[in-house]
Design a protein around this ligand. Structure first.
Ligand SMILES: CC(C)(COP(=O)(O)OP(=O)(O)OC[C@H]1O[C@@H](n2cnc3c(N)ncnc32)[C@H](O)[C@@H]1OP(=O)(O)O)[C@@H](O)C(=O)NCCC(=O)NCCS
Length: 182
């Protein structure tokens, strides 16, 4: 299995991957989200990573730009959304490889904060911690049972003491309220 940057030629395969990974209905929503994010100028810079096995796309991770609150100018931040692994290839470390490759690349790009809305049991292994309790609020109020799913990773441990509270603003596409509701 190899992880590489996605290109425009991969767009169709990425949509098919997410339809399979997330299943009916949610898969269509996620495939549509990715297609829109890939052409959303306010989401730049993007990091779009593919996992490939024997020439087939088996996973995809997309990191896009966010603003981590008005009081944190100069702190580069991204959000991981979505992350998907082909249904027949899940639980083999592909998701983990995509996340770890992304984190390494973003560390090299001097990104300070990475956000995610996802399963805390999964993302805590990479160092993500609950963000709401730290005063880094999501772009829209979340349903109560999603509160712990809004997480942040401090790429530089010292940043935790320097960061100011505020609302995280996503790109034009990902900032739409319906992506933050059940
Ligand atoms: C969630 C997902 C990205 C994880 O990728 P993966 O390659 O399957 O997972 P990894 O091999 O990196 O890690 C496996 C571990 O992740 C955890 N895990 C996997 N899927 C999980 C899920 N749906 N919920 C909670 N934990 C999960 C388990 O702890 C698992 O370990 P185990 O097999 O020993 O129990 C992948 O399963 C997937 O695409 N699922 C469907 C889409 C989805 O829910 N995406 C998440 C967006 S936040």
């Amino acid at each position: 299995m190899q992880v590489r940057s996605a290109t425009a030629a991969d767009t169709g395969a990425i949509a098919a991957l997410h339809r399979d990974a997330f299943g009916p209905w949610e898969g269509d929503v996620i495939a549509d989200l990715v297609a829109k994010l890939l052409t959303d100028k306010s989401a730049l810079p993007l990091l779009s990573l593919l996992a490939e096995e024997e020439g087939r796309v088996v996973g995809h991770a997309l990191f896009s730009r966010v603003e981590p609150g008005a009081k944190n100018p100069g702190v580069a931040a991204r959000i991981l959304s979505p992350l998907g692994v082909a249904s027949r290839h899940q639980r083999r470390g592909i998701g983990e490889a995509l996340v770890r490759t992304g984190l390494t690349r973003l560390q090299n790009d001097r990104v300070g904060l990475i956000f995610v809305l996802g399963n805390p049991d999964y993302y805590s292994r990479f160092g993500f911690v609950a963000a709401t309790g730290l005063g880094l609020d999501p772009p829209h109020p979340l349903p109560e049972d999603w509160r712990d799913a809004w997480m942040v990773l401090f790429m530089d441990a010292g940043l935790k003491d320097r960061i100011s509270t505020g609302t995280v603003l996503c790109s034009r596409v990902l900032g739409q309220a319906h992506y933050w509701q059940e």
